[in-house]
Design a protein around this ligand. Structure first.
Ligand code: GDG
Length: 740
């Protein structure tokens, strides 16, 4: 990293977006009161905002009444509340965030609910967050979005602020492709995230899962080595940033006046009992029932330990509106009763279960006093409790038992790692921890402590901000080797039918279609492809047939104009859709009506059977009202209106499009069983090419060229015309099919 880049990252103000503001709001006698939230994230990010200035955007946690405002004057940065109505809260927060995404991201597919109305509210609230940030962020600010509640906010932001630096950090795991694709809106969320410049996860395996998903579901071009995703004309950096804690703060809290925590209710006498500690939000991902069962197993198989050890389980109330959480609470209550009922004696209860929360100092004292921390989530993005326990081992080091399923296990390998579903293994680890000699405990804890001290939350923030300051790379043209990997096996020993759109695919988009001439290099490349005995080419365009024919000027290929309504080819009879004549006079009438409303730089391209209203040269603010009016006129005339690049197409409603034209060409040229004789590749950049992509899904390799601001049905994306030329060059030079 160069000095200037670091410098830039340190200067920039930060705009943070998270579901919640950094404090909880209560309505008190003096009006609205703020209580700073004790979370690690807040204590890490707040100093950054204090130092550089910035804004924190989030839901305040309550519905503000009309006229009620949040007073942020005491804060050195701005706060911006985002209103979320009661109904939205039910669907966006309790619904899509907590009943859909939370379980899915933790690979609990059986707990995942899919409800379209929840997704709708999620889209709506995310749009609001994105719009709020777009309004508030300065042009040099770094916009940092946190967590799964806001995976679509980057899309709104990118649309409003194309040049902004947008970064995202996910605090949960990112599951494998097999799990993530269960989500009916998986592509939408992946697309939302790819509107960022930087996407951060806790650990490597989540990065790999995400890269798999964007490659397989969105056809993005993934460079695993450099952690880059090339998506349309943008490049996104994806990396692991394992979060840390404010180590010094916890260490300091643990050295304060000892608050001796008794494992039993006999305050007079110091206890010789050992304490095992569990601290979690009451959440099914945290594995509390499994932990209690493992402890029961331990008491059963190590009877000599009875009355010598207590499990103190702190469960912080969480999401109690969601039924799974209410059910989990009942399950834990019953399990604790069952184990205590089975093993308790007159002077000893094996489990103390505290449903509530502690102050940080109290928590630190609990961590310090415990001989063992039992941190056994079934799945966890990172798990900060494990790290906080380690920071609090200021004397007589305890032992950390840690689930392999927590992100923290990736680095905290000196802990005793267990599979939380394996009761025997966990019980044996408890036994080993309780009887571990001081030497071993000390060595393991010293290594854990020095790593967590070094990789604290400040370092995490710094690393992330530095990564966000690396300038985005220019779009990369895939290499010959990459084309070979994508297409080599697909084409091996097969004839190829290649379909290519013209504007935006073979030539860059121009202000006026007449200026979009084919470069000599591209013409030569096309000619080289066409010269191969195993390759047939069709150029398929929205232009009139004679127009596209003239622009390309090669006699050895087939042309299709007016979005496939006319076809003229070297190998197939001339085609013109039978209903076209019926529409030609009506097209003239429609053109007249459109001319009446045309203004300010817009113009109409008349192509005998279809029309294109071009608005590229018009001021952007005026485009939408003209397009809306034009859409109405086109519909009233009984034509179809289709959006295109800075343009609107009017087409006769005869159920014909580029997809059907491709089918016509394939069947006419190769016969009804064409798919047995030929492989198909289709390249296009426009909404009108989506008809062909959808039609060819599963039957061909399809490529969408250009910006990736909408989803595509194509199998892959290419950034620009240069990448198309590179692909055509690969096609021209591939080994020839021998069996033809
Ligand atoms: C998400 C991810 C990831 C608990 N009880 C009390 C209390 N806590 C504090 C702990 C700790 C925090 O809550 C819990 O953090 P975790 O990391 O364990 O879990 P999540 O809440 O699920 O957090 C997780 C994290 O985001 C950060 O990226 O590690 O994987 O799921 O800080 O100390 N704090 C106080 N009293 C309590 O009673 N004051």
């Amino acid at each position: 990293m160069t000095q200037s880049k670091i410098h830039r990252s340190e200067d920039r103000a930060v705009v943070v977006l998270s579901n919640r503001l950094p404090f909880a709001i209560k309505r008190g006698p003096q009006g609205l009161e703020k209580q700073v939230s004790p979370g690690g994230l807040v204590s890490a990010l707040e100093p950054v905002l204090r130092k550089r200035g910035g804004t924190w955007i989030g839901w305040p946690g309550i519905s503000l009444k009309t006229g009620e405002t949040l007073n942020g004057r005491d804060l050195p940065y701005s706060i911006q509340p985002v209103a979320v109505s009661e109904e939205e809260l039910e669907h966006y927060y309790h619904g899509f965030s907590n009943r859909t995404l939370w379980p899915l991201l933790h690979s609990f597919s059986q707990n995942t609910q899919f409800a379209p109305e929840d997704f709708k509210a999620y889209e709506q609230v995310n749009r609001r967050f994105g719009e709020t940030a777009a309004k508030l962020a300065g042009s040099d600010d770094m916009i940092w979005i946190h967590d799964y509640h806001l995976m679509l906010a980057p899309s709104t932001l990118r649309a409003r602020r194309p040049k902004a630096t947008i970064a995202f950090f996910l605090h949960t795991p990112f599951p494998s492709y097999d799990i993530f694709r269960l989500l009916p809106w998986d592509q939408e969320l992946l697309q939302g995230l790819l509107d960022c410049d930087l996407i951060g996860f806790h650990i490597e395996s989540y990065v790999h899962n995400f890269l798999d998903c964007v490659e397989r579901r969105l056809g993005a071009h993934v460079d695993r080595q450099r952690r880059l995703v090339h998506y349309g004309d943008r490049t996104i950096r994806v990396d692991a940033f394992p979060i840390g804690i404010d180590f010094a703060l916890y260490e300091q809290a643990a050295t304060l006046k000892p608050l001796v925590v008794k494992a039993v209710d006999s305050p007079q006498e110091p206890s010789s009992e050992q304490m095992i500690l569990g601290v979690d939000r009451l959440d099914y991902t945290k594995g509390i029932p499994e932990r209690i069962r493992a402890f029961e197993h331990f008491l059963e198989h190590y009877p000599e330990q009875r009355e010598k050890v207590t499990l103190l389980q702190v469960a912080v109330p969480s999401r109690s509106e969601v039924s799974e959480y209410q059910e989990l609470k009942r399950e834990i209550d019953a399990l604790v009763g069952q184990v205590n009922g089975r093993f308790a004696t007159a002077s000893w209860s094996p489990i103390r279960y505290l449903y509530g929360s502690f102050e940080r100092e109290e928590l630190a004292a609990l961590y310090r006093e415990a001989q063992v921390a039992l941190v056994t989530p079934l799945r966890d993005g990172m798990n900060l409790v494990a790290k906080e326990f380690v920071a609090c081992q200021v004397e007589d080091p305890g032992v950390l038992i840690l689930s392999r399923m927590a992100g923290a296990a990736d680095t905290m390998h000196e802990a005793l790692l267990v599979n939380p579903y394996n009761l025997e293994e966990t019980a044996a680890a408890i036994h080993r921890a309780l009887s571990m000699e001081e030497n071993e405990r000390g060595s393991r804890m010293a290594a854990l402590r020095s790593r967590e001290r070094r990789n604290n939350v400040e370092r995490w923030v710094r690393r992330f901000l530095e990564a966000s300051a690396i300038p985005a790379s220019a779009p990369e043209v895939p290499s010959h080797h990459e084309f070979q990997t994508w297409l080599g096996p697909f084409l091996h020993q097969h004839r190829l039918a290649l379909f290519v759109d013209y504007d935006g695919t073979l030539t860059p988009l121009c202000e006026h279609p007449a200026k979009a001439t084919l470069s000599e290099d591209m013409r030569l490349t096309l000619r080289n492809c066409a010269a191969r005995p195993d390759t047939d080419i069709t150029v398929i365009s929205g232009r009139a047939l004679n127009d596209v024919q003239e622009m390309v000027g090669l006699s050895e290929i087939t042309y299709s104009g007016n979005h496939g309504l006319e076809i003229n080819g070297a190998h197939i009879p001339h085609f013109q859709h039978e209903d076209l004549d019926h529409y030609s006079s009506r097209t003239v009438e429609l053109a007249k009506s459109l001319h009446e409303i045309i203004q300010g730089g817009a113009w109409l391209e008349e192509k005998a059977y279809t029309l294109t209203l071009h608005v590229r040269a018009m001021p952007q603010a005026e485009q939408e009202s003209l397009l809306t009016r034009a859409r109405e006129i086109i519909h009233d005339a009984g034509f179809q209106a289709r959006d295109a690049h800075c343009a609107l197409e009017a087409r006769p409603p005869i159920g014909w499009d580029k997809g059907r034209a491709v089918l016509h060409i394939l069947r006419t040229h190769y016969g009804p069983s064409w798919s047995e004789h030929v492989r198909v590749i289709y390249l296009g950049d426009d909404q009108t090419d989506e008809d062909a992509f959808r039609f060819l899904a599963g039957l061909a390799m399809t490529f969408r060229v250009g910006p990736a601001n909408t989803l595509t049905a194509a199998s892959r994306r290419l950034p620009n015309v240069s990448a198309v030329e590179a692909l055509l060059n690969w096609i021209a030079s591939r080994p020839e099919a021998e069996c033809l």
